[in-house]
Ligand binder design. Structure first.
Ligand SMILES: [Zn+2]
Length: 283
């Protein structure tokens, strides 16, 4: 079924597991992720990153595709606009049928973040659409701009932000970064901070930059209150690896077979994360 993230993440919060949110950008990536969720009997979130939405497959195109896949599916599927920064783009995604949006406004500071996020919450909730907010800033693994101390989420600010905006889920920063980490690097997570944020907010919390975080960090994150885990790079890498393998095995492979193979072989990575997050058999 096609749903918002609201009930999906409230249930995950009550039962202490996390739902996977995987970055997709077209029919094949979305179908790969939803099929993996069906095989694991897990709820799933299709994340569409802002750059992919604005530069490749806009909300008017992708929403009907994911909605149709969701209505044909036995598992709950939410469609979330990942890192939407502009009010106009966020409202358009809602109008075009997204069931959830992430309002990325932490660059404005706490007051501006509250104001923009509250505006989106009012618009979204009137249409049954859920909203994820963000407090604190995640770094970028590319160029080694890792999350550092002053980007970490302040627990008291998180509490105020959650209360004053009425968001349904909160993205928090406690050590993860976006992108691929260098080979062998595992980021250090501040779980005391995560626990404090959970104690003060009691709400569904979101880990961004799940790729490359390592099994221990993922499992501890779920234990201490994370209910949605975003994975982008590891899924893209799985598609690249499947494509490279197919071309290496058969340099003359036709494009249709290549795309089908990537769709089929990238599912294992999604299933791996679903099992790690504890959301298998939670449909
Ligand atoms: Zn993110």
């Amino acid at each position: 079924m096609y749903v918002s993230m609201k009930n999906m993440l409230d249930k995950a919060n009550d039962e202490n597991y996390a739902v996977m949110a995987i970055n997709c950008f077209n029919l094949e990536t979305a179908r790969s992720v939803i099929t993996a969720a069906e095989e694991e009997e897990a709820p799933i979130i299709i994340n569409i990153f802002q750059d992919h939405l604005l530069g490749h497959c806009d909300s008017e195109l992708i929403a009907p595709i994911v909605k149709t896949l969701a209505y044909r599916s036995k598992v709950d599927v939410a469609l979330n606009f990942d890192h939407g920064q502009e009010v106009l783009d966020l409202k358009k995604a809602i109008d075009d049928g997204f069931s959830s949006v992430m309002c990325d406004a932490s660059r404005f500071g706490i007051e501006g973040n509250i104001a923009q996020t509250r505006e989106i919450v009012n618009y979204a909730h009137a249409k049954g659409v859920s909203v994820e907010g963000e407090i604190g800033g995640m770094g970028e693994a590319a160029g080694a701009h890792y999350t550092h101390d002053d980007m970490y989420t302040n627990p008291q600010e998180a509490q105020r932000f959650a209360q004053e905006t009425g968001i349904d889920a909160l993205a928090v920063s406690y050590g993860s970064s976006h992108g691929n980490y260098p080979e062998g690097m595992v980021p250090a997570f501040d779980f005391d901070r995560l626990q404090k944020i959970k104690e003060l907010t009691h709400m569904p919390l979101v880990l961004h930059g799940g790729s490359g975080s390592g099994e221990e960090n993922i499992c501890a994150s779920v234990k201490y209150g994370i209910n949605k885990i975003n994975v982008g790079c590891d899924f893209m890498n799985a598609n690249t690896a499947a494509t490279r393998k197919a071309v290496t095995e058969n340099p003359d492979i036709n494009y249709f077979d290549l795309v089908e193979r990537a769709e089929a072989e990238s599912r294992d990575l999604v299933k791996y994360y679903i099992e790690l997050s504890g959301s298998a058999h939670k449909m």
